[in-house]
Design a protein around this ligand. Sequence first.
Ligand code: GDP
Length: 196
Amino acid sequence: HNYNVTHFVTSAPDIRHLPADSGIEVAFAGRSNAGKSSALNTLTNQKSLARTSKTPGRTQLINLFEVTDGVRLVDLPGYGYAEVPEEMKRKWQKALGEYLQKRACLQGLVVLMDIRHPLKDLDQQMIEWAVDVDLPVLILLTKSDKLASGARKAQLNAVREAVLAFGGDIQVEAFSSLKKEGVDKVRQKLDLWFNT
Ligand code: GDP
């Protein structure tokens, strides 16, 4: 697929208001500030497809982008804002879990984690939910440019080792929007999931 022609389709306030469960979707999830918006922009070679640096605590929408007819990238709300009330956090988590478990057109989940702070509780929760429903996962260790090459490789290996415990189909790659590292790996995986 040519990801450069990806365009915004619609936003939904929650999973109940998503468009029809048809076609093929790949979802992007991560803690707030993990670099998800930057990664979506890098992946699609666009400056502002996904908006970066959103206001913490604001109710976030699920944004849907279309690569081509019936082929969608789904930008899930960032999780883990410290300032968000517990009640709201629980609601987000419940909605995210429901989406992963019930969305039939979902073919894969991309989980973005800052390479310096991988596998936080909520990241692990997302991965568990995906593995539970046999959904393949691509983990991107973002902002890889923040580590020197030796430390970057060590962290990549450590996370690859750690995720073996989840079982399931999980691939782990280093990614940098700044240095464009890992972009081809993501596109290859998306092509596989979109079956092209
Ligand atoms: P989101 O909240 O997950 O959508 O994260 P953003 O894409 O808005 O990025 C959060 C912050 O990390 C911003 O200040 C970005 O400039 C920065 N950032 C994102 N990707 C990279 C990267 O690849 N390298 C570096 N050094 N900084 C990045």
